[in-house]
Design a protein around this ligand. Structure first.
Ligand SMILES: [Zn+2]
Length: 304
């Protein structure tokens, strides 16, 4: 399942001050080298993987530069290396909304199950929340590059993305993914789509994601938006035909709505060759959330 391997991804044309480290096949993490700071954006899955990133960037830590860590959100594949940097005294920057997630019963349960299932990877992990907190926005002025952190809720309520205006570069985190980002629940879907729209409106030339090939480019934002727009149209039509807003658990919701994954996404290999989960259960879960969110709206309309 998980590995402790970390590789530096060859620069695919983005600004050379951004380094991409990959814990294959799961997640990419970023380091931004500025005049004043070396900023690690997400800390991978455990102290061992975090330490490999640190070893890779140590040569950039000259006396004029301080090391900072940013968490895009509190999912394990983005912050379970925090403790390694915290032990070095490095400030960990994150959204205020992230902190309570670390002590939620579901998070503790997930941590214990991960430790039991894969002790070689997770036995050493102590989930460590960020300590330098912001609500909606925070600016890190690195001198040559400015990191603008801003809330992009939806995938999780505490999610943040980072825009670097001098090089028109966006670090989207998990606010957009190949083949699609997933909201936590139906009620998070509108926020997630608003976040996608906000990211696309930046019109960044370079966009890097935590779960998408590095050559996906800004087009992935638009493809994610189009996916949810197609789901909305199909779900509204289905509700109009009498499909229930909350179909029974055993219902084939893809057949009920009549929108298969393969036709809801671009007809090109990166989308058509994704893990089967995204074509079946993942897509069905998105349809259920979309039905629930617009079914509620229709019910509200009927009451007024
Ligand atoms: Zn993730």
């Amino acid at each position: 399942m998980h590995t402790n391997s970390v590789e530096l991804v060859a620069n695919g044309g983005w600004d050379g001050r951004i380094l991409v480290y990959r814990n294959a096949p799961l997640v990419d993490t970023f380091v931004v080298i500025t005049q004043r700071h070396v900023v690690v954006v997400d800390t991978l899955i455990n102290p061992a993987t975090a330490e490999q990133v640190w070893q890779g960037i140590r040569s950039y830590l000259t006396s004029a530069r301080s090391l900072l860590v940013v968490n895009t959100h509190a999912d394990y594949d983005h912050c379970w290396g925090n403790q390694f940097f915290a032990a070095l005294g490095v400030p960990i920057i994150g959204r205020r909304a992230s902190v309570p997630i670390f002590s939620q019963p579901e998070s503790l349960d997930f941590w214990q199950r991960a430790q039991a299932a894969e002790p070689a990877i997770f036995a050493d992990v102590t989930p460590t929340p960020p300590t330098l907190l912001f609500a909606e926005e925070l600016t890190i002025d690195g001198g040559d590059l400015t990191l603008e952190l801003f809330a992009t809720p939806g995938h999780t309520p505490d999610h943040a993305s980072i825009y670097i205006p001098q090089i028109s570069t966006l670090l989207a985190g998990d606010a957009a993914e190949l083949p699609y980002p997933a909201p936590g629940a139906a009620c998070d879907l509108p926020a997630m789509r608003q976040s996608l729209a906000r990211l696309a409106a930046l019109d960044a030339q370079t966009v890097l994601y935590c779960h998408a090939p590095t050559d996906s480019g800004p087009q992935l934002l638009h493809d994610n938006i189009a996916y949810f727009d197609r789901l909305e149209a199909a779900c509204r039509a289905a509700l109009g035909r009498g499909v229930p807003a909350n179909p029974p658990a055993d219902a084939d919701v893809i057949a009920l709505v009549g929108l298969r994954y393969e036709t809801a996404v671009p007809q090109t290999p990166p989308w058509q060759n994704v893990h089967p989960y995204y074509r079946t259960e993942g897509h069905a879960a998105q349809l259920r959330m979309m039905l629930a969110s617009f079914g509620e709206e229709a019910a509200d309309g009927n009451r007024t």
